[in-house]
Design a protein around this ligand. Sequence first.
Ligand code: TNX
Length: 525
Amino acid sequence: TLNGVPGEPNWEKLEQTALPEGAAPISVIPAPLDVQVDGRRDTAQPLVPAAEASLTAQKAFSAVRALAGRLFADEEPLFGHGAGHVVATAEDPGLPDGGYEIAFDAEGIALTAGDEHGFRHGFITLGQMLRGARLRPDEFTLPETGIVRDRPRFGWRGAHLDVARQFYVMQDLVDFLDCLAWNKLNHFHMHLNDDEAWRLEIPGWPALTARTAFRGGDELLPPLLGTPSERSGGFYTGDDIRALVAHAAGLGIEIIPEIDIPGHCYCVLRALPQLCDPGENRIYYRSVQYFPNNALNPAVDATWNFLGDVFDTLVELFPARYIHAGADEVAEGAWLESPLARTLGEKLFGKVETFSLQSYFLKRVQEMLRERGRDIAVWEEGALGGGLEVDGALLVAWKESKSGRALAEQGYRVVLAPAEHYYLDIARSTEWWEPGASWAGTVTLRDTYDYEPGGDWPDELKGQLAGVQTCLWSENLATPGLFAHLVYPRISAMAETAWSASERKDFDRFRAIQDLMPVSHRTVA
Ligand code: TNX
């Protein structure tokens, strides 16, 4: 289901542009930090590891060889064993995390890295060079001499995917992870539930997935339009997640699971009525997306039993430091007419107020995660009403580019995902035929590319900027082709900012190379 063949029509109607004057003739995205190269090597041969490569280097080579084999299955292999361009490898613990150096000379190619990530990144760079040199030999080379020095700008180079509003089968996720890896992205934020569905099997709570994961199979929600397929519904078992986490780890990608609470829980409350306050017996608010009474109630004991089991499951399946607990878009008015919540609010704060109760809810979640050895991540609304304890908390800022700075000033660690630059569900242009949401305007490739994270932050706050990520909300992503259209190449534009030094960014250079990047989901298998 992958198609990275150059010459495919690019749906954003980018003409194929030439590499700008003075740009290094290598087809590498994201742009490396320092490139001085000359000459060209024969491109018929694949890249092969030296026999004496360390186990770490061998592991990275095998992972990248398999990755390229999946991404470009119809092409001549980029990596092999036996005859080819031998890549000598050496370890230098002095190199920065994930960084690498490649030296080209008459003796051959030598890759130096400080860790497995660095070797993987170096091999990906070499594979990208060789592939570009094969497919567009007039523009790109696998160099004869010179040096490439490279290291990532941010540690958090992420992509979020909403697997609640649409179900993605395992192969979809593997294809997407593979594309992330080729872009040197290393965090996959997996949005596992929303008002419409809950996608993770939780032992002891079968009604949750049975009643919510198959749209149209239950009275909770209307069926999806179109022909039912394997993508119309489903959920992930523990074994699915273990396999996915292992696949991602082999590519250097950490999966951050998100359980979106207390808001966005319409289907949970319908499937598990024991989580509702029985006194809250009428519709008294609707969420942004117009779901009635969709917030888990902190004053209902069963809420905490349920969440204990959910977090036990998450901690068992996902090794990541952070567990994301949502916290976005709790409707103003939530809990105000729940007698149990009113009593709790009066007791705790002497008043009943949605965001104070939200803060109480989230601090309790933060504590539950700490007891399980993990830290909490939330969307930026997690700072409302008193917020979280800043120690260890990570906030994902999405509302506008400036909101992240205010969160950092409060002491939080921040990931920037501003909708007007990094929301891939927003339409790419104002053309009448352009699919996508419009609430954040339009997000052109250039809007994504040009965003400068932390550009207006004072230096003393910059240490709190963990990195950047795209978000893909899937309400309207009914077909795989639409997914491809919205995700690529904007995700590569974000990846260049996540990885490359800002002075290395050059939109014209990026444009000339971007169609060599792989695309998942373009066709239906
Ligand atoms: C806002 S961004 C949401 C999602 C929607 C998205 C649509 C955020 C944390 N919440 O529930 O899907 O807008 O673009």
